[in-house]
Design a protein around this ligand. Sequence first.
Ligand SMILES: [Zn+2]
Length: 194
Amino acid sequence: MLSAILFLIAGFLLGHLIPRVPFMVLCRTSGFNKGFPPHPEPIPLSPRLTQRVLHMRWFHRLGTYTTFLPLLFGYLSILGGQSTFGYGLFLAGGWTLLSRGQALLGGAPVACTLEMAQRLQMVMNIADSEDACCPHPQPQWWVESIRCESCSKKLEDMMRPDLGRPRKDGFFRGWLRLWLSEGRPMVVPDDGKN
Ligand SMILES: [Zn+2]
């Protein structure tokens, strides 16, 4: 009985982890992160950053496709006799698919969205125009918002999700945090500060 429960839990954890591997692992290499300041420093806005947001969006999507792996392996395990392990995989895969699917119906989207990339582009456009906050605008993306490095004005109220940089909190803690948060920002916005 105990071993059945352990198999179920192992299957569930594995099935939950597989769809998250693309964005947790693939983008953390230092080569992929050249040109960005180390985590958790603010990142200057640039076309490169906008592209990174789109890349991360793609990694999250890739994760949704890899959800079919636990579903498939779960099915095979159930057929092959290791049914509790298979049920665990199946449950976790189904859970992930449902949570990603409900985003299409208007629920919480994945951490990085197209809208986010568009808002970054708009901030850059304004910084280049006559409406800029100061003569030498340097918009940077902090954890809780986009602010100008030169005049400290808050330019956009947009929390920064995980952008694939190797994390300062170390491999395992960072990994656990990513697993739990799915790359979403884990701080509460502070309305009082500018
Ligand atoms: Zn400024």
